[in-house]
Structure formats: C-alpha cells, structure tokens
Design a protein around this ligand. Structure first.
Ligand SMILES: *[C@@H]1O[C@H](CO)[C@@H](O)[C@H](O)[C@H]1NC(C)=O
Ligand SMILES: *[C@@H]1O[C@H](CO)[C@@H](O)[C@H](O)[C@H]1NC(C)=O
Length: 656
C-alpha cells in the first residue's frame, strides 16, 4: 500500500469499527428492551411483582414469641448487587472427558474410541497422606483397561489415542471398599426406634433464603412444589461464618464449647475428637460421605488443624487439594470438560450408586460459585434441578431425607448495609424433604415439621433432628423449650425465644416488640391504613356493603429490628467470636400489630401494618388482616357470591 494512503486507510478503518460498534450497541439495546432482559440486567420494579413477593408472613406467627421479619425476594435495597449477569459457563472445547467412573469401574468413552481409535491410559491414584494437608500420587498403572475396578476414589488419567491425541484428566469416583460393604452396625445398633432414612444434605455457601429463591428459582420450585419440600422461614444462624454453622449442625456444639483446635493456639488438637454426627451414623451401619470445595479455605482446616484420620468413608478433600493446584489450566469453574459443580453432584450420585442397599449419610458443600459474589450461582440452577430430578427418577429419594441448605447469607459489606441484607445474612436457606412414603407413616412428624416452618429454628436443631432419626422417640411430640437444640420432628414451642435457642442478641432475627399507646399518631395512621384497605376490598360492592369507619384502636404493638442487629458491623477477630457493634444503620421499616374495632357492625380486626420510615407510608396487606369476632349474618348480601368478602362486608340493608 502506498505510504501516503496508509493514514487515510487507518482512519477509514477506525470509522468502520466505530460504526459497527454503535450499530451493535443499538441493536443489543433494542433486543434487550424487547425481551425484557433489560429489566433483569438493570433492575426494575417488574421483578418485584414476581410470583413470590413475600415469603415470611407474620400472619403465620400468631401467638409466637419470635416474630421474624417480613422479607421480600427482590427488595430495592439489594437489587444493585444482583445487576451483573454472569457469562454462561463454558468448559474446554476438547469434547467430553475420555474417562469416567461407573459404579467403581474405570471406563473409557466408547464414543471416543470410535472416533480416535484405540486408547491407552495410565492410572495414577491420588492419595491422602497422614493428614488433611497433603496428597500424594500412588504408583502408576501404565495400562489401565476399560472395565477394571478403580483402586482409589481420585486419580489422574493420562491417555493417548492411536491417532496421536493425548489427554490428562483428574477424575473422581467412588471406589469399591470392602470394609464399608461388610460393615455391620455396632452392638445394639441401629436403635430399634431408628427411622429408616438415608440423609442427603447438599449446600451452597453464603446463600440466604431469599438469595436462593432469586438465584436458584428452578431448584427451589422443584424442591418445594414437585417434591413437596419445606423451607424454614425463621431459621436463624448462631454465629459468624461457615464453621459457626457447620459445627452446630455436625456436632451439636459451637466452637467455644469444643476443645481447642485453632492453629497457633497452645494445646490445640486436631478436630478428630469432636463428636461428629457421621461417627454416629457409621455406628448405626451407615456408609458416610463428606466433602467441600475450596480446600485452601477448608472449614475445618483454614483456621483449625483439620483431621488426622480420614473422617468419613468417602472424603473429597484430597481431590480438591490436587485439583485446585491445576485450576489455572482450566476454564473458569471447570475441570477439563466437566463443570466443577457437576463433578461434585455426580460424586454424590456415585455414592448412592455404590451402596444401594446400605443406609447412607452424605453431605457435600459447594462454595466457589457463591462465596465471593451473589450472581454466579444462577449458572447452576438448571443442573441442580436436573440432579434432584435424576436422584428422584432413580428412586434414591424414596427412602432419603433430602436437605438443601446454606451456612449463612452474603457477608460482604455491601450486602450488610441494608436492613434486609442484615436479616438475609442471618437467615440462610434450610429446606427439608421427606419421602412421600414416610409422610404416610409418620404423619405427626410431617405436621410438626410444617408447623416448625414458621417457628424460630437454628443449626443446633438440625443436629438434634439427626439424632432423632437415629433414635426416634415417638412418645414425645412437643419439643422441650429447655433444650437448646430441638429436633424438627417435634413441635418447636411457640414460646421459644433467641435466648432459649442459644442465639446471641446481635444475631437474633426476631423483631423486638413494645406495646404502644393507642393514641400514638403512628398507631392512628396504621389503623387508617387497615380501614382504607378494607374499604378498597368492598368497593366493588359499594351499593351493597357499607364503608367502614374506625371506632377505636383496642391495642397496638410495635415490632422493629433489634438495635444490636442494626449496629452489628462484623467480627472484630478472625475467629468470629467478638462482635463489632459500631454500625449506624437505622431501621427502614417497622411493623405495627393492631386490634381495631370498626363501625357499623362492631367488627374486631387484627392486622399487621408496615410503616416505611423514609416515605412515612403505612401499608396493610390483605393476607395479614383477620377478623377475630363473629360476623354472623352481617355479610349475607355478598356471602354466597363473594365469600372472600365475608369478613369485611357489612350489608347496607341492616342500617335503618
Ligand atoms: C455398584 O457396585 C456395588 C458393589 O459391587 C454393588 O453392590 C451395587 O449393587 C452396584 N450398584 C449398581 C447401581 O449397580
Ligand atoms: C419421581 O420419580 C418417580 C418415579 O420415577 C416419578 O413417577 C415421579 O413423577 C417423580 N417425581 C417428581 C416430582 O419428579
């Protein structure tokens, strides 16, 4: 190209590039607007009207000492945190893994052999050495054949095909273990009263109840609607961070009550001596499985000394120790051509495949997708739902207690800066699903569980539930309030408070309440909001139903977030034991619970009204109004046609 023309050409090219960019931007904008994903990306009130506006309703907590807050699935205060849409997960281009494990057997993909010819693989076991910190490679079998049993749960497969292509993969499976298959329960075990259930618990780190519903809607729907699972609405953490959730669940005790196991503290031991619940399950004849990703920050290894002995029959830590070293070589969240979350779910599935006739305890905890940000979790929604579907389709859920859970909600400071964010941190997802056959046989258990959905519950209760499964006492139906942990198979007492449940004040989500004078101006405004709503409801039949007026307010109680929850900023120390209460967030809303008398007709109504403080707005919700005296014949003029108006309509014909 002549030298002179070059600059010309360059600016022409720049012009072209710029125009293409602008055009693309305009097209993208129009597509987004049309598809509505604009709103998803940048937040708007549309998602607010999603079909699950409020999940925690104080109406269900009538007469309870603990009234938990009303949380919204898409509160304005948290929308900005969810604005980023993650890029779809894409793993290596090299096609499916050449090697996989099928019920303890080494398999080389038949499809791959067809296209690439004979495949020769070297098998190198990945083995745990002496403690939780070291893995080593065992002796390599240079000619591992398709169909042979694997000798370790984890291994490296280095394969070469006759067409010259090569492949290295790190694989996880469940190897045949004779001593587990031959395991018999300890003498006197299992207890004759034990419930015949496997336990399958699967968790995501840092996922609040609301965040799970936002990011894993398909999984949540399948779990609650198709499988009939229930999610605890007032499940309250008891400390800061993952160990403070998992220790109470797995041992029934908190870190301070357990022996010293922290690195760098004199007299510290490894964590083997803790009363781990999987030991109890093993004694009862169960095969056991536990694992978490993020080996570098292991829950019991980062601040603590970890295990000396392998704690369960199938322990995934050695796999992650080996795998994390080579994460840099892989696509984000992938290991070769397999997404890492799928690899973990698949490992659970393989455990169930290996022990179809033995009772099983499995707990896997996934953190890398949800620990550092809120948005990436949505990438695994479909896969998690598909995993549950497949487990059900194989019949594995027919005799399994399925628990979907998290340790706590988001803890980073931007999430902690709103009142709902503070509640979300304290209220992780905790869902239970018993098999349908169990429901028929133990209807009282299911009744209690459904009642407990609204009652104050904690990680200690999850542990108590496990013990109840191992030795179910059917003679007791009511939980004992004096016990810190109460099995969810028993009815949690209505009177339970955070003090009873072992929850420190700055973690306690129960709203603080105080009686308020019935003359208080806010109480008057709240009462008017109730009257307004009642009259709005009957407005369609105004020619028949008299509009109601307030006669007087009988009683009023105010519920607001507790001061210590609002002031909590974080932990002062790295062990999460000392609270920093120097925060300055103030409540955005308070709730009023009123009993009012209306006229004409003398209706007595109990209702909850939300007072949004910054807009000074009072709003009542039809779900939270109940008529507590008899309406008798008062609504006769609409009773048949519009039964939902019965409690609100006073027929005009009665006024003389
Ligand atoms: C898997 O292998 C074990 C051990 O050989 C066997 O007991 C079990 O039935 C097998 N599971 C399936 C699903 O075939
Ligand atoms: C669970 O699996 C059974 C048996 O395969 C099937 O009939 C049922 O519809 C499944 N249920 C759900 C909720 O997927």
């Amino acid at each position: 190209m002549p030298l002179l023309l070059r600059p010309c050409f360059r600016s022409l090219r720049r012009l072209l590039v710029t125009s293409v960019c602008i055009l693309t931007a305009i097209l993208t904008y129009m597509t987004l607007i049309q598809s509505g994903s604009w709103k998803v990306l940048f937040g708007s009130d549309v998602s607010e009207s999603a079909d699950m506006p409020f999940v925690i309703r104080s109406a269900n907590t009538k007469g309870q000492a603990c009234v938990p807050p009303t949380l919204s699935v898409w509160p304005n205060s948290l929308k900005a945190l969810y604005a980023r849409k993650p890029r779809p997960l894409r793993c290596a281009v090299a096609g499916p893994n050449w090697v996989h494990v099928d019920n303890g057997t080494f398999r080389i993909s038949a499809q791959f052999r067809k296209s690439h010819g004979h495949v020769k693989c070297a098998y190198t076991p990945i083995l745990r050495l002496a403690n939780d910190m070291k893995v080593v490679e065992g002796a390599t079998d240079t000619d591992m054949r398709d169909g042979r049993p694997i000798t370790s749960d984890f291994f490296k497969a280095n394969c070469r095909a006759s067409d010259g292509s090569v492949r290295d993969d790190l694989i996880s499976g469940i190897a045949y273990k004779d001593e587990v298959h031959k395991r018999r329960p300890a003498p006197g075990q299992p207890d004759p009263a034990a419930l015949p259930l496997n336990v399958l618990m699967f968790g995501f780190d840092s996922t609040s109840h609301m965040s799970w519903m936002r990011m894993l809607p398909r999984t949540h729907r399948y779990f609650t609607e198709a499988l009939g699972g229930v999610v605890l609405d007032a499940y309250n953490i008891v400390g800061d961070g993952t160990p403070q959730a998992l220790l109470p669940i797995l041992t029934g005790l908190n870190e301070m009550e357990l022996p010293e196991v922290r690195r760098g503290h004199s007299g510290a031991n490894r964590v083997d001596g803790h009363p781990w619940v999987w030991k109890r399950f093993r004694e009862a004849g169960y095969a056991t499985q536990w694992g978490e990703d993020g080996a570098e920050y292991g829950t019991f290894q980062y601040r603590m000394l970890g295990f000396k002995e392998q704690p369960v029959d199938h322990y995934m830590r050695p796999f992650y120790l080996a795998a994390e070293r080579q994460y840099k070589r892989h696509y984000p969240y992938c290991l070769g051509s397999v997404p890492r979350h799928l690899n973990m779910l698949n490992w659970v599935r393989q455990f169930f495949d290996m022990y179809p006739h033995m009772p099983k305890f499995s707990f896997l905890f996934h953190s890398e997708l949800s620990h550092d940000g809120l948005n990436d979790l949505q990438l695994v929604d479909k896969d998690t739902e598909a995993f549950l579907r497949a487990m059900n389709a194989s019949g594995y859920l027919d005799n399994t207690l399925l628990i979907l859970m998290a340790d706590h909600g988001a803890r980073f400071s931007s999430a902690r800066q709103s009142v709902q964010g503070k509640f979300e941190e304290r209220m992780p997802y905790m869902g239970f699903r018993f098999p349908a056959s169990f429901e028929r046989k133990y209807s009282e258990v299911m009744r209690n569980l459904r009642t407990n959905v609204h009652r104050l519950t904690t990680p200690y209760d999850i542990h108590a539930t496990f013990l109840d499964i191992l030795k179910y006492d059917s003679s007791v139906n009511q939980g004992d309030i004096r016990q810190r942990g109460i099995s969810l198979l028993k009815e949690i007492p209505r009177e339970r408070t955070c003090v009873d449940a072992g929850i420190d004040a700055h973690w306690c989500v129960c709203l603080a309440w105080e009686a308020v004078s019935t003359d208080d101006t806010n109480v008057k405004a709240a009462a008017n909001a109730i009257i307004r709503l009642i009259n709005e409801l009957t407005d369609v039949k105004r020619h028949l139903c008299q509009s109601l007026n307030l006669k007087y307010v009988k009683s009023a109680v105010r519920y607001s977030p507790s001061d210590r929850v609002l002031r909590y900023r974080g932990s002062k120390d790295r062990d999460g034991r000392v609270a920093d209460l120097s925060g300055t967030i103030s409540a955005a809303e308070v709730l009023y619970q009123l009993t009012i008398i209306t006229t004409p007709g003398g209706g007595v109504f109990e209702a909850t009204v939300k007072h949004s403080l910054n807009r000074n707005q009072f709003s009542a919700n039809v779900k939270e109004i109940s008529r507590i005296n008899k309406y008798g014949q008062q609504p006769h003029c609409v009773a048949d046609e519009l039964p939902h108006l019965r409690q609100f309509c006073y027929c005009r014909s009665q006024i003389q």
